[in-house]
Design a protein. Structure first.
Length: 356
């Protein structure tokens, strides 16, 4: 009964979406308005990436609103009953995002959801502060999503923040996540059991980490998810804001468990030292990683990275140094497609798998 109720809650909150729900992750510098709107227009739920710097947030919201208005002319039902709600979400990295700058803009533009992630643990206080202010300024119309990576954090967040949705990120995910986490194969059902045991089984769960096609989605649904989020698959999406060298590297590699790894070196070479110590990031292994493993100092690695940036698209690749965040499912990403093609393909394949 709980599974049907939680799926219905997602459909009611985001009436333009198809079931089961597919979301695009708020990938920093990649999840711009064209991607978020294209995903939502295709029946998914697209997220913008505000990240840790909210300086460009109003411009991002304004560009999103413009695209939504253009598409509403063709499809008046694009947004659902509440036309004031933007049919996209926005993700923040809460170790750096300025709440005082963000909250008024959230109240002005009314994104359908705010995705919170990246706070130092215990994270309940900062997530709770954001949740309270978002709910206050939007009258509860903007929903609260919180990304967690283990059972302890899921329970703490559920009790202290009372989120509308929990994103359960497993260790296969690309980009940043908790160092101490498990694959969704064990993480998701354990989180679900723990929430039910604490009387919190009505919170919808979105699975993240290693999901790039309908087979992965079907597996996540069987584990108890109400929907999935994908990041790595949308790196090869026509509407993504991504460098050609980055995209080509995503399409080139195979054997994701071998060619990717979790590390902090990609933050260190780029000077991103603000991430709390409990986080690292999964990316495609390159020369920055290999040299760090051999003992190269961060200073020298940073110097070489700066030189590599001048090469443009040629700076990516196994012998390059440009950071290429991607999850273990990267070997299954074989071609560029539109957001609509990706979402329709994943839904169709998932339905086929589940039908036997």
């Amino acid at each position: 009964m709980a599974v049907r109720t939680t799926k219905a809650a997602l459909t009611a909150a985001y009436p333009w979406t198809k079931t089961p729900l597919i979301t695009s992750a708020p990938m920093l510098r990649i999840a711009h308005p064209p991607l978020a709107v294209a995903v939502s227009r295709a029946g998914g739920f697209g997220f913008l990436a505000a990240g840790f710097d909210t300086a460009d947030l109003e411009t991002s919201f304004e560009n999103t609103a413009k695209l939504v208005r253009e598409h509403q002319a063709d499809n008046p039902n694009f947004t659902g009953a509440d036309k004031d709600i933007l049919p996209v979400g926005v993700g923040f990295l809460n170790w750096g995002a300025d709440i005082n700058h963000a909250i008024p803009l959230i109240g002005k533009y009314l994104p359908a959801a705010v995705w919170l992630f990246g706070a130092a643990r215990p994270s309940g206080e900062i997530y709770g502060q954001w949740a309270q202010q978002v709910r206050s300024v939007t009258g509860g119309r903007t929903k609260i999503w919180v990304q967690v990576g283990n059972v302890t954090d899921a329970l703490d967040t559920a009790h202290t923040v009372k989120p509308d949705v929990l994103v359960i990120q497993g260790s296969d995910a690309g980009g940043h996540g908790l160092k101490q986490c498990a694959s969704i194969i064990s993480l998701l059902p354990e989180v679900k059991d723990a929430l039910v045991a604490d009387g919190l089984g009505d919170i919808p769960l979105i699975a993240a980490g290693g999901i790039v096609d309908g087979r992965g989605m079907a597996a996540a649904l069987c584990l108890g998810a109400d929907g999935v989020t994908m990041g790595t698959r949308f790196l090869a999406c026509e509407e993504a804001n991504i460098a050609l060298g980055y995209r080509n590297e995503v399409l080139r590699v195979r054997d994701g468990g071998l060619v990717t790894g979790r590390t902090t070196v990609y933050d260190r070479v780029r000077g991103y030292n603000e991430w709390p110590e409990e986080y690292d990031g999964r990316g495609i292994l390159n020369q920055s990683f290999y040299d760090a493993e051999k003992g190269m100092s961060d200073e020298e690695n940073q110097r070489l990275y700066a030189l590599e940036m001048k090469k443009g698209d040629e700076g990516w690749g196994p012998n390059g140094r440009m950071t290429t965040y991607a999850g273990t499912g990267v070997g299954l990403v074989k071609q560029v497609a539109s957001a609509k093609e990706i979402i329709d393909g994943v839904l169709d394949q998932s339905a086929m798998v589940l039908s036997g």
